[in-house]
Write a protein that binds this ligand. Structure first.
Ligand SMILES: Nc1nc2c(ncn2[C@@H]2O[C@H](COP(=O)(O)OP(=O)(O)OP(=O)(O)O)[C@@H](O)[C@H]2O)c(=O)[nH]1
Length: 570
């Protein structure tokens, strides 16, 4: 079924759209976005690490944890990340005032991103923004603790954001040639994220002939623990419609279009110059129907952009749950069966919360104070689905207290067997914890608007250097960059089975060197610290929550120590 929405033109001013880059990975993503010169949005960098912050191209920057980490990173400790964020809450809230859409880009697994992202998302929601999170998940070889930290943050973000798009760094190998290094893989990931954000901005921010709304975007991206399917193609001249579609389907995140056959909702956006004809649109949509299931919900938008000249561009956005991507059947990933799959072992942690998540203190949200949000009408799929639709109470954004409650429940709900069975990709699936669907909400049409009609430009060079990441690899025994990516003969690209096999090898190798850490128990302060935060004392216990665990050493540095306490062996 194709939905056309011919509602009023929808202009959202650039000043009401903010792209936030949080932490080191977020800064790199923002860098890419800045290089691609995204118009129609303002850029804000948030980081504990002052050097990375200073180097960032974003116009607006806020240092997190000025008193706490004193300009250094958190050394991979999300608790420090949270505290640092809470210290800067006032400034961040100020920067997010009046925003209609906030894109939050971050890498999960470290301290700043994992600790601060849920709080940033909460603040943005409290300020009335529609929050789309783009988060990367760590490589397997980065170790179990980082994966757990990333999982914890992801669970929180699934509740706190409106739409959550994850990019698994393990899959980023698919975007680069086998002989290329980790920098290229990161740069390719950052480019993909930048392209996705550009496409989303083009879809929902720019006025079009047939508009796509935020609610449409929500339904396209509305699966938890999902991999974003994204493709865009452009062509001109004769047969430009078919060529543009072919180019879009060839995008790596669509696996030549094959992944679309499992999609439930696909968002399609066409953009062309004055010469764009109805016949071309029809032709293109007919061709696309061959690649998506008959029952798929196809949301369609189109815009005339005189700057496109003779070009026609198509953007496809959808999401698939990771279960499908790792070989499950569609039935096995429906909300019903997903629940029943796990219910015998793990209860949905958020279903235990039988009271509306209360608002207390300045760091919490009062749902009544989110004026622009309302429930979205249920679609066909939801009507067939006996799983309870989230109630308005479910749509309440938790306070930091509530997030802590959820975390405690989450930790309790873990199957103890999981800890022993982590060494293979399949066993990892067992460990996955269920988490609540992001609530379905809809933003009203903006009441005032200023046009931002400039055409998009796209930069295609991959030139981001990411030296910071290498300093954070978990231990000297970790395979080095060359080993990880250079297994294949020169010039050959990897296929999926190669990638999976290699991941399993890396996993198995790393299980031997990874310390068996306890699941981190995430503590979130019930009240944010006041502006005058006392200094954290590390003298007696410099390893903090990692005290007593095997050190996570890389290149002579113990990564569990905050950076300003690390001593590098000469
Ligand atoms: N796609 C992508 N992922 C990255 C990049 N840099 C780091 N990552 C991933 O993001 C995770 C978090 O790393 P950072 O963002 O550097 O850490 P942080 O959030 O700033 O936290 P601390 O440095 O510990 O305070 C890493 O474990 C990597 O998996 C990048 O440039 N691109």
């Amino acid at each position: 079924m194709i939905s056309y929405s011919r509602d009023l033109k929808q202009d959202i001013p650039a000043s009401a759209v903010k792209i936030i880059g949080l932490g080191g990975a977020g800064a790199n993503m923002l860098e890419r976005i800045a290089l691609d010169s995204i118009e129609g949005a303002e850029l804000l960098a948030l980081n504990t690490d002052i050097r990375t912050l200073n180097a960032c191209l974003a116009k607006e920057k806020i240092q997190l944890g000025v008193n706490l980490t004193k300009g250094l990173g958190t050394g991979g400790d999300p608790e420090l990340g949270q505290q640092a964020m809470l210290e800067a809450e006032k400034n961040v809230r100020e920067a997010l005032k009046g925003q209609q859409i906030v894109f939050l880009c971050t890498g999960l697994g470290g301290g700043t991103g994992s600790g601060a992202a849920p709080i940033v998302a909460r603040i943005a929601r409290e300020e009335g923004a529609f929050v789309v999170v783009f988060a990367t998940m760590p490589f397997f070889f980065e170790g179990r603790r980082r994966r757990e930290q990333a999982d914890t943050a992801l669970n929180q973000l699934a509740v706190l954001s409106n739409a959550l798009v994850t990019f698994d760094n393990n899959r980023m190998g698919e975007l680069v040639l086998a002989k290329q290094g980790i920098h290229e893989a990161f740069a390719a990931a950052d480019k993909m994220i930048s392209e996705s954000i550009k496409a989303v901005i083009r879809l929902v921010v720019r006025p079009g002939l047939i508009n796509v709304g935020l609610d449409d975007l929500m339904s396209a991206l509305r699966t938890t623990r999902s991999r974003c399917l994204f493709g865009s193609g452009i062509a001109d001249g004769k047969d430009r419609a078919s060529k543009a579609l072919r180019n879009a389907l060839a995008s790596p995140l669509l696996d030549q279009g094959s992944l679309l056959k499992d999609a439930q909702t696909v968002l399609v956006h066409l953009s062309g110059g004055e010469s764009l004809t109805l016949f071309e649109i029809e032709l293109l949509m007919q061709n696309l129907q061959k690649h998506v299931p008959e029952k798929a919900h196809v949301l369609f938008g189109a815009a005339i952009d005189p700057g496109m000249g003779d070009n026609l561009s198509i953007t496809l956005i959808s999401a698939l749950p990771e279960d499908v991507l790792t070989g499950g059947t569609r039935d096995s990933i429906s909300p019903i069966s997903r629940d029943s799959d796990t219910s015998s072992e793990i209860e949905n942690p958020f279903s235990k919360i039988d009271k509306p998540l209360a608002a207390t203190g300045s760091s919490t949200i009062d749902t009544d104070s989110i004026p622009e949000l309302e429930a979205q009408p249920t679609d066909e799929k939801e009507q067939e689905d006996p799983t309870p639709t989230p109630s308005p109470a479910d749509a309440t954004v938790p306070s930091t207290d509530d997030v802590k409650d959820n975390e405690d429940i989450l930790t309790e709900a873990r199957n103890p067997d999981d800890d022993e069975n982590e060494s293979t990709a399949n066993q990892e699936k067992k460990e996955e914890r269920p988490f609540a669907e992001p609530e379905i909400i809809r933003l009203e049409e903006p009441k005032t608007s200023i046009k931002t009609p400039e055409p998009f430009t796209s930069g295609d060079e991959l030139d981001i250097q990411n030296s910071k990441f290498l300093a954070q690899l978990p231990g000297k025994n970790a395979p080095d960059e060359e080993d990880l990516w250079n297994d294949e003969p020169d010039g050959e690209s990897r296929n999926d089975s190669d990638t999976v096999a290699e991941e399993s090898r890396n996993e198995a190798a790393l299980e031997k060197v990874e310390p068996e850490n306890e699941s981190p128990s995430l503590k979130i302060e019930s009240k944010p610290p006041s502006g005058q935060q006392s200094e954290l004392l590390f003298d007696n216990s410099p390893r903090g929550r990692f005290e007593g665990e095997n050190p996570n050493v890389f290149d002579g540095e113990d990564l569990d120590l905050p950076p300003f306490l690390r001593k590098k062996k000469s």
